[in-house]
Ligand binder design. Structure first.
Ligand SMILES: [Mg+2]
Length: 329
């Protein structure tokens, strides 16, 4: 991105020769909109590549293509983010009971896509269990499981608390706790939203990652993964549903490219949990490059229904308007 973003650190992947999408630093509104639209686009672009092997670098998919859903359609990652956004628009700071009700409302529409851990927790809550009990029980049943089901949806907190870092960190953890209580899940959500916070404030990506690590002090294992990510080669990124792998892929994508398009295309083409890593890098790259840095064909292809079964159609303009509402006040 011209002189605004200096050379990425440790860029050791095949870069495209395309020029950066823009030369002028995006303003705050552009960045806010970029987070919401970027996350949904990363999800939709990754959707057809989910559970697939990595795509060879010479044949990267750079177009919205159909998979189990039509081309451009977003998945559960974005649906849960929209549930979180709806809750934040009703109560800020976040009211976890309110959020649990929003998640259960979504769960009861029988979404075609839902993580196993998330479904386990939401089923218990829908049957009358308190979220604290349901979440703790799922964690205790698989104490070493740290999935990416809360980091994939966490970005609305960064918009709602774009002026208040302590509140951002607290609500990032809290929204995870409702379904994903593992300490590494909580830390990953804090880190991603803190990075968005510093990107919104105009830090370049490498500075934003460093500032986020400073602000949220993640466990040493997660910190080491984040710090090493930009030096990884493509074939060293498993991109599984483990939260550590998702954050690793997203940081790698952000720090080894110089445009929204390259950041998101590189990450979703890792395959495996492509839509979730795409959503996370999409939120980060959207904050870095703004809505105006997102390729127009991707913006016009984005589509989906929210709430499920309502007939309400969502496009990029609607995500942009949501970002503005979340970022107000
Ligand atoms: Mg998904």
């Amino acid at each position: 991105m011209g002189e605004f973003f200096p050379n990425p650190i440790g860029a050791n992947l095949t870069m495209t020769t395309r020029p950066p999408a823009r030369q002028v630093a995006p303003d705050l509104h552009d960045r806010l909109r970029g987070v919401a639209v970027g996350a949904a686009i990363g999800d939709a672009l990754g959707m057809p590549l989910e559970f697939k092997p990595p795509v060879p670098p010479a044949r990267l998919v750079r177009a919205m293509t159909p998979g189990r859903l039509p081309a451009g359609a977003f998945t559960d990652d974005t649906e849960m983010a929209l549930a979180l956004a709806d809750s934040l628009l009703e109560a800020k700071p976040l009211d976890a009971d309110n959020l649990a009700r929003h998640f259960v409302r979504w769960y009861e529409t029988r979404p075609p896509d839902i993580g196993i851990h998330t479904a386990t927790v939401l089923r218990e809550i829908s049957l009358g269990c308190a979220w604290q009990t349901a979440s703790a029980a799922a964690h205790q049943a698989h104490p070493h499981s740290a999935g990416n089901g809360s980091v994939m949806r966490c970005w609305p907190v960064a918009l709602a608390h774009r002026n208040d870092l302590p509140a951002l960190l607290r609500d990032s953890r809290l929204q995870s706790d409702v379904t994903h209580a593992h300490h590494e899940c909580l830390s990953a959500c804090e880190f991603v939203n803190a990075a968005i916070f510093f990107l919104l404030a105009g830090h370049e990506p490498r500075q934003a990652v460093a500032a986020a690590l400073e602000a949220c002090a993640p466990p040493s294992t997660l910190r080491a993964v984040i710090e090493a990510a930009p030096r990884k080669a493509r074939n060293e990124l498993p991109n599984t549903g483990w939260v550590r792998h998702t954050v690793e892929s997203a940081v790698w994508g952000l720090l080894t490219t110089r445009s929204f398009e390259d950041a998101v295309a590189q990450v979703v083409n890792l395959g495996n949990d492509a839509d979730t890593a795409g959503a996370v890098v999409g939120a980060l790259a959207g904050a870095a490059y703004g809505l105006s840095g997102i390729p127009a064909p991707w913006r016009s292809a984005l589509r989906g229904e929210w709430p499920l079964g309502s007939g309400e159609q969502w496009d990029a303009a609607r995500f942009a308007a949501l970002a503005e509402r979340l970022g107000e006040g």
